[in-house]
Design a protein around this ligand. Sequence first.
Ligand code: GAR
Length: 198
Amino acid sequence: MKKRVAILISGGGSNMEALLRDMARDHPAAPVLVLANSPDAGGLAKAAARGVATASVDHRPYKGDRARFEAALNEKLEQAAPDIICLAGFMRILTPGFIARWQGKMLNIHPSILPLFRGLHTHQRALEAGMAVHGCTVHEVTGELDGGPILGQAVMPVQAGDTPETLAKRLLPLEHQLYPMVLRRFAVGDSKKVSIFA
Ligand code: GAR
């Protein structure tokens, strides 16, 4: 039986699309839900166009009450009964309770070579640190922000004159290669790490 995958997004969802595109081929997993924290997330229409069920829980009315926002999120997730949850540009911090519920089943893609540059503004920070390489990481989600076990990484050179924008633009296609490769392995319990050198 195929593994059931829910994908959580906040924005355009290009990583989500890469995952959906790959799952449309011969694949050990299938998408059951794309869930956004805003009804305006551009990725929702892209998922719907591919025939995938979509839902959103707007975080704004829950301002200051993360637990209640997550309860609403969880209700949608429990209905979809995913075996795997992929965070794909999901920009809300999750509480330990939510993470514990899905621990061992939840993956995230982060735009840096973890454990370097956890959190935000990773491209800017890689440049400020004078890095010669930059990259992205897919990891399991644990209670530590951007800190769970690393499942795969893609690495590319930093070039003279790079800006946060040029780094982001060159990195995104690598993210789109890495995440589907990791999901394929994760779905069959293959713990061999993925490495991509661009
Ligand atoms: C991606 O670059 C992803 O790595 C990053 O947000 C972007 C989402 O793009 N995620 C994070 O920064 C998580 N902390 P997408 O919506 O086009 O996939």
